[in-house]
Design a protein around this ligand. Structure first.
Ligand code: PMV
Length: 307
């Protein structure tokens, strides 16, 4: 039984989303997690995850193991008390700790493959809820945007504790993702923003409101087939993220390099301090913007079309 889940990027609204403002995220299908569940020849739940060098039987892993704990949670949720004899093969092309949603994608693909293997069909809503529970185990207080965009595999306009709104783009557009190669310490940056907000909540509330406006206008621009408007919105959003102290010299270098290479706009994406930045580009310039990013120190780039 096979299941796959894409990576994701946050286009607008990271951090502000923690404070109940809207954020936009889109799936990135060029990178994905693939999970295959097969009958095993020997007793036990065997996990093979070559990208993290893991080859082990479930019961030999510590209970808080990032993959073992997901599998246990899924069995518990599905009411499976006697574990089947299976091999679970996990392959992934999503870079880890880069803000591309690798953790949530592993969970979504595992939940889908295991539930299908057990002939239990889960709705998107059930998958999303379960993966959100798993995200909370690993990340403390996530907003829920990663599990939502990856479960629904569609652009989402996300607000905490509000019904999920997916939407379609009126016209495809091209994004270049540039990876600083520095692990994004999302928990830390979220904690720092909280401390700053507690100290100066008036100023931060104003910033969050500005970002909320940007997310709203961006959604309208995407839906109405005017994605070229997003460039300027990205530049503005990046300025607010700088004011919130979540950019870094490495991210700023890549953001400026993308603009210099002809991008229509650029910003950091995700938790910040490391991880990725994104740039809106004319498709004809995508390769040269990607090259500009590599020359400026990016460790990897991904060119993706958002449909
Ligand atoms: O670093 P990522 O891509 O997982 O994104 C974090 C986004 C934040 O808004 C900073 C936190 C959250 O839980 O939404």
């Amino acid at each position: 039984m096979k299941a796959t889940a894409p990576g994701k990027i946050i286009l607008f609204g990271e951090h502000a989303v923690v404070y109940n403002r809207p954020a936009l995220a889109v799936p990135v299908e060029q990178v994905h997690v693939d999970v295959d569940v097969l009958d095993a020849n020997e007793p036990g739940v065997w996990i093979h995850a070559p990208v993290i060098n893991l080859q082990a039987e479930l019961s030999t892993l510590p209970s808080d193991h990032p993959i073992g704990s997901v599998i246990l949670k899924v069995f518990q949720h599905l009411g499976i008390l006697t574990f089947p004899n299976i091999s679970i093969i996990i392959n992934s092309t999503i870079p880890v700790a880069a803000g591309l949603g690798s953790g949530a994608a592993v969970s979504v693909a595992l939940v889908r493959a295991l539930s299908s293997f057990m002939s239990l069909s889960l709705t998107n809503e059930q998958v999303n809820q379960l993966v959100f529970e798993i995200e909370k185990l690993h990340h403390g207080t996530p907003s829920g945007i990663d599990n939502t965009v990856i479960t629904y595999n569609m652009p989402v306009y996300y607000m905490k504790d509000k019904p999920i709104e997916t939407f379609r783009s009126g016209k495809p557009f091209t994004i270049v993702v540039g990876d600083t190669g520095i692990p994004a310490p999302t928990k830390e940056s979220v904690g720092d923003v909280r401390r700053l907000w507690l100290r100066d909540s008036n100023r931060f509330e104003v910033i969050f409101n500005e970002i909320a406006q940007i997310s709203l206008i961006a959604r309208r621009s995407i839906e109405s087939g005017r994605p070229e408007m997003l460039g300027e919105l990205m530049d503005h959003n990046h300025e607010f993220l700088q004011q919130m102290t979540v950019s870094s010299p490495e991210l700023d270098v890549l953001v400026y390099a993308a603009r210099k290479a002809g991008a229509l706009g650029a910003k950091l994406s995700g938790g910040g301090r490391g991880g990725n930045m994104i740039a809106l580009v004319d498709p004809a310039l995508a390769e040269s913007v990607a090259e500009g990013l590599m020359s400026a120190g990016a460790k990897r780039t991904i060119i993706t079309e958002i449909k």
